[in-house]
Design a protein around this ligand. Structure first.
Ligand code: 1BN
Ligand code: ZN
Length: 331
C-alpha cells in the first residue's frame, strides 16, 4: 500500500467521530482551558484552533480599507496591515517591492512573505492574493468601470492565512511554513495583466529554494457563504493534496470539498507548477448563482460567512499538521 494511502486511512479513522457538531465543545475546550470532564479525547485528534471570528475580523478590516487596487492609498494601508499582523507571529517578514506601468502610471506593488522555522530543510507555502480588481467587468447592471470590494476575491484568502499564521505561531511544528501574499493577481482586464505578483515572486526564486518545498497551497475565493471547492485541473499532478483535504473535510463533518465537477483555473499557482512545484489551488468558482458575484460590485461581505472561513481554516490547519510530508522527497 502506498505510504500516502495508508496515512490517509489512518488519519480518517482517527478523525471519525470528530464532526462539526462536536466542534463547539472541542473549541470551547481549546479556547478557555476549562474542565475536561465532558470532552471526548478523540476530539483532540483533529485540532480546531482556527478561530473564525478572528479571521472574519481580518476580512472586514481589509474591506474597510476600501478598494485595494495597486497604486491606491487603500492598497498601501492594507499592505501595512498585513505586515503588522505577521510581524509579531513570524520568524521573519519580508516585503518584496516591484513596479510596473499600470494605466500609464509607474505603480509600486508588494508581495509579502512571513516565514516560520527559517532553518527547516523542508517547507510548505500557503498563499493568497491580497489586491482587488480595479474593474467590475462582469457587472451586468451597474457600470463595469467600478472597482470591486473583493470581500471574497482578495480578502477571504488573506483572512484565513492571517489566522492560520496565529494558529501555527502557537505550535511547535517541524516543517518550515511560508505565508505568501501576492499582489497584482487581479489587475487585468486580460490574463496577460494578471498574476503579476506571483510571476515576479516565482521568477525571483532560485532553483534551490523551489526544491525545498514539499508543496504549496493557494487559497482564493474561500469566503463564499456557500463554499464549494472542487478539483482543479492545473493542480492535478498534486491530487493527493485534494484527496487529503477531502478526507479531512469528511472526517471533520464539513461539506465543502466535493470530488465532482473539476474546473480548470488560471491563477497564482501556475508559475510555480511550471517550475516543477506541487501546488494546489483551493478556489470556489461558484460564487452566487451561475458565479454571478465574481468580478462584480456584488462581491461584498454579506455574500461571505464565518462558517466558510471556519471550514477552510480548520481543514488547512489539519492538512498542514497531519500531512506536512506530502510530496517530500523519499528517504
Ligand atoms: C481568480 C479570482 N482569478 C481571478 N480572480 C483567476 C481567474 C482568471 C479565474 C480567469 C478564472 C478565469
Ligand atoms: Zn478575481
Amino acid at each position: 500500500m502506498q505510504k500516502f494511502t495508508a496515512a490517509l486511512i489512518f488519519v480518517f479513522c482517527c478523525l471519525l467521530g470528530c464532526n462539526a457538531s462536536d466542534s463547539a465543545r472541542a473549541q470551547t475546550q481549546d479556547r478557555d482551558n476549562g474542565s475536561q470532564s465532558e470532552i471526548d479525547p478523540s476530539l483532540y485528534l483533529a485540532t480546531r484552533n482556527f478561530d473564525e471570528r478572528k479571521a472574519w475580523a481580518h476580512l472586514e478590516k481589509q474591506v474597510d480599507f476600501g478598494f485595494r487596487v495597486p497604486g491606491s492609498s487603500a492598497h498601501r494601508a492594507c499592505k501595512d496591515y498585513i505586515v503588522a499582523q505577521l510581524e509579531p507571529l513570524c520568524d521573519s517578514v519580508e516585503v518584496q517591492e516591484f513596479s510596473m506601468m499600470l494605466g500609464g502610471e509607474d505603480t509600486r506593488m508588494f508581495n509579502i512573505v512571513g516565514r516560520y522555522n527559517l532553518d527547516a530543510p523542508r517547507r510548505i507555502m500557503l498563499a493568497a492574493h491580497w489586491d482587488t480588481r480595479p474593474t467590475a467587468d462582469m457587472n451586468t447592471k451597474a457600470s463595469k468601470k467600478l472597482p470591486i470590494q473583493g470581500a471574497n476575491d482578495g480578502a477571504s484568502g488573506v483572512a484565513v492565512l492571517l489566522e492560520l499564521a496565529r494558529v501555527f505561531s502557537e505550535q511547535d511544528i517541524e516543517v518550515g511554513l511560508d505565508f505568501v501574499f501576492f499582489d497584482g493577481e487581479d489587475y487585468g482586464p486580460g490574463l496577460d495583466m494578471m498574476f503579476l505578483g506571483s510571476k515576479y515572486y516565482c521568477n525571483s526564486m532560485p532553483n534551490a529554494e523551489i526544491e525545498t518545498y514539499n508543496y504549496g497551497l493557494l487559497l482564493d475565493m474561500v469566503g463564499d457563504s456557500e463554499l464549494v471547492i472542487r478539483p482543479e485541473n492545473h493542480s492535478s499532478r498534486s491530487a493527493e493534496i485534494f484527496m487529503a483535504a477531502k478526507a479531512l473535510n469528511d472526517a471533520m463533518g464539513f461539506k465543502v470539498f466535493r470530488e465532482s465537477g473539476a474546473l480548470t483555473i488560471y491563477d497564482d499557482h501556475l508559475s510555480f507548477i511550471d517550475r516543477g512545484m506541487h501546488f494546489y489551488d483551493f478556489i470556489d468558482f461558484e460564487y452566487g448563482p451561475d458565479n454571478r458575484y465574481w468580478h462584480t460590485t456584488e462581491d461584498t461581505v454579506d455574500k461571505c460567512s464565518k462558517d466558510s472561513l471556519k471550514a477552510i481554516g480548520e481543514i488547512v490547519e489539519n492538512l498542514v499538521l497531519k500531512f506536512p510530508d506530502l510530496y517530500a522527497p523519499e528517504g
